[in-house]
Design a protein around this ligand. Sequence first.
Ligand SMILES: NC(=O)c1ccc[n+]([C@@H]2O[C@H](COP(=O)([O-])OP(=O)(O)OC[C@H]3O[C@@H](n4cnc5c(N)ncnc54)[C@H](O)[C@@H]3O)[C@@H](O)[C@H]2O)c1
Length: 261
Amino acid sequence: MSTLIDAFDLDGDVALVTGGAGLLGREICEGLADHGATVVVADPAAEEGQAVADSIGENGQFRSLDITKAEAVEETVASVIDEFGSLDVLVNTAYPRNKNYGQRYEEMTLADWRENVDLHLNSYFYSSYCASMAMKDQADGGSIINLGSVYGVQAPDFGVYDGTGMTSPVEYSAIKGGILNLVRYMASYLGEYDVRVNAVSPGGVFDGQDEQFVENYERRTPLGRMAAPEDMVGPVVFLASDAAGYVTGHNLVVDGGWTIK
Ligand SMILES: NC(=O)c1ccc[n+]([C@@H]2O[C@H](COP(=O)([O-])OP(=O)(O)OC[C@H]3O[C@@H](n4cnc5c(N)ncnc54)[C@H](O)[C@@H]3O)[C@@H](O)[C@H]2O)c1
């Protein structure tokens, strides 16, 4: 008899994780592999990406991939299917941005806005699109998970940046809001093919930020701390697995309660 624990088993599934060498990506790759998936760690950062694949062991493989390059995305999806026989899970956790990304509202330019929207939103669209076109022809469909953000759901609380010199760039809100509604469109269109499309929206993840910022952020967060990268693993594994077999078009907010206030 199969149990609920079996539903979280990803044995036999092939997962492609873009940005797999990043702060969240590497934890997500390891979590998917721990649950039995074969994981393709896809990232332009070769040394870091190879290290993630090596730490996974025989179920891990590194591919150099820049998701802003359409042909490279097409080739990667095709080559994963060619080598492993299917693509069951795509997780987009890449974080492409240009050299001016992160500027204050007054300093941004239209050229930077356009470039960052193109690098991030358009790449999440096209990689999701290519994966979905492959998955819809598979008997078991597939699961696509895009990383959103609390800032795709609600406006920044600029008070948390007081005294820090930090900010949240305006294009990030548009990019993440766009990704969340893209997920809904794709979930609606692809439901009949058993391709589930969901988002995981983290709150701020601790990464050695300015102490004042961390204090401000933690004070505003019901669970009283910033997220740890590992906090994203359970939600991603859940959405990837059969345990979430009837979950699609959902935005799983993982924010310690930030967005309820
Ligand atoms: N860290 C946070 O506080 C936080 C909060 C909310 C949402 N998020 C979202 O989570 C995702 C991951 O964020 P992170 O903090 O792990 O970022 P990160 O910068 O630590 O890692 C991002 C990874 O993406 C890779 N990357 C960059 N450009 C790429 C490209 N063109 N193609 C493929 N890979 C590329 C980088 O090499 C890196 O390994 C992003 O979508 C981000 O918006 C992060």
